[in-house]
Structures are given as C-alpha cells and as structure tokens.
Design a protein around this ligand. Structure first.
Ligand code: FPP
Length: 239
C-alpha cells in the first residue's frame, strides 16, 4: 500500500486536463469542427505557458481517445495533422523552456508521421526538467489497465513475480504513466462531469474541477480559477 500523507494544498504538482468542447465552440461560431481543434491547439499552447508560470510541474492532456476513431475521417486526420505540426513546430520553444514532452497511448494505429514527430520531440526534450507535458493520444484507461494486467501475468508466468507481490506499485509500474506522480487535479472543460476513460487508476484521489467554458476559450484566468478552487480543498485520501 502506497503511503499517502495528506499534502499541503496550494499549487497542484500534477494537473490533468480533459480538453472538451472544441466542436461545440466551432458550431457556435459557424466554423467547421477542425477550426475548433485548431483553436484548441492554441489554447493548449497558452495553457502550457500559464501552467509553467503558475508553478505546475506536470501537465497531462487528453488529446485523442480510443473512442475518437469513430469520428469522420477528415476530422480524425485533421487532428493528427495538428498534432504532428505541434510536435515539429514547437520542439525548439518547448526545449528552450525546459518542457519535457511524453506521449502516452497506443502508437501502433497512429500515422507514422505523428509517431516519428513525437518520438523526435521526446528525444529532444528528454533532459528537460522544468515541466513535464504528457499528451495522451489514442489513449484509453481500460486498455492501459488490460495491458498492465497482461504484463504482470507474463511476469508471474515467467517466474519473475509472485502473485502476492502484485500491489499498487507493481500495477502503477506497468502503466503508460509509470514513474509519474498521480494527478492532483483533473480539469474538464465543456461542462461535462465524467472522466471518459482517462487515467482511471491514477485519478483515484484526484480533485475534480469542471467549467462550462469550451476548451478553445481556456486561458490563464481559467487555470487560475481551477487552481484557486483546488487550494480550498482538504485532501484526506479517504481517511
Ligand atoms: C474534445 O472536443 C477535443 C478533442 C477530441 C481533441 C482535442 C485536441 C486538441 C485540443 C488539439 C490536439 C492536440 C495535440 C497536441 C494532439 P470535442 O471535439 O469532443 O468537442 P465536443 O464535445 O464539442 O464535440
């Protein structure tokens, strides 16, 4: 059992964001869905800056879920185009600001250009220590847990692990987020109140905060409101 001392609230160390409402924003303003995602990308860039200024050291964002494959092909590949441009065009400025970038999720179904661009970005920023930005692409928490179970089962079958040695740390160590601290705060935009298969294991004790604002409108002021709300919470981790 991992010991979790009640921590002083204040600025959360790790913030996870469910960036929702891009298409609704686009519809409201008479734009195609992809323009909503393009503005969403700008909001992400603003948020990385704002998070760094606030003292948040880990930011994890949900960019593409497994369920998003069911969207119209043009929207899906438009999104991947935005992701690839982000990885190529922002590499220098992210590295200069000390932002380490990691991608989590399945890579085997993504266009090769996206995988290569993110691998290059991960390599370029591997020694950055000011902040870690984790981008979840083709991510689903149940698939992540399924794969972790399979990896543990293989370790048991091969005699590297006894069944009784499977504890919280052993499971966490097989997740895509291995080595990262759990999120302290989950922010969701667009007004919905659910986790939508995002970091289900890691968010067991996370504080939740939601805003009606769609993701393309998210800015430093919204992040401040989320952090202020977090600072008023008393975290007891079930005690
Ligand atoms: C949810 O809004 C948002 C997405 C499915 C995509 C989020 C992606 C970005 C912000 C840009 C991509 C960023 C990177 C780095 C890969 P929605 O489309 O579900 O909106 P709706 O709820 O209004 O339908």
């Amino acid at each position: 059992m991992i010991e979790r001392a009640p921590v002083a609230t204040g600025v959360p160390r790790h913030v996870a964001i469910i960036m929702d409402g891009n298409r609704r924003w686009a519809r409201t303003h008479g734009y195609p869905a992809l323009e909503g995602h393009r503005r969403g990308m700008e909001a992400l860039e603003r948020t990385i800056d704002a998070a760094q200024r606030t003292g948040i050291t880990m930011l994890t964002v949900y960019a593409f879920s497994e369920e998003n494959w069911s969207r119209e092909g043009g929207e899906v590949f438009g999104l991947f185009g935005l992701a690839e441009s982000f990885a190529r065009d922002k590499a220098a400025s992210l590295a200069a600001r000390g932002v380490r970038v990691r991608m989590i999720g399945r890579r085997d179904r993504l266009p090769r250009g996206v995988v290569e661009a993110f691998r290059a970005l991960e390599d370029r920023t591997v020694s950055c220590t000011a902040m870690t930005l984790t981008i979840a692409v083709d991510y689903g928490a149940r698939t992540e847990l399924r794969d972790a179970c399979r990896a543990l089962a293989r370790d048991v079958a091969d005699g590297r692990l006894a069944p009784d040695q499977i504890d919280e740390d052993a499971i966490a160590g097989k997740l895509w987020t291995a080595g990262m601290p759990d999120p302290d705060l989950v922010v969701r935009t667009g007004g919905e109140l659910r986790l939508s298969n995002f970091l289900l294991y890691q968010c067991a004790y996370a504080e939740l905060w939601s805003t009606l604002e769609p993701w393309p409108e998210f800015d430093a002021a919204t992040l401040d409101r989320a952090v202020d709300a977090y600072a008023t919470r008393e975290r007891r981790f079930g005690r």
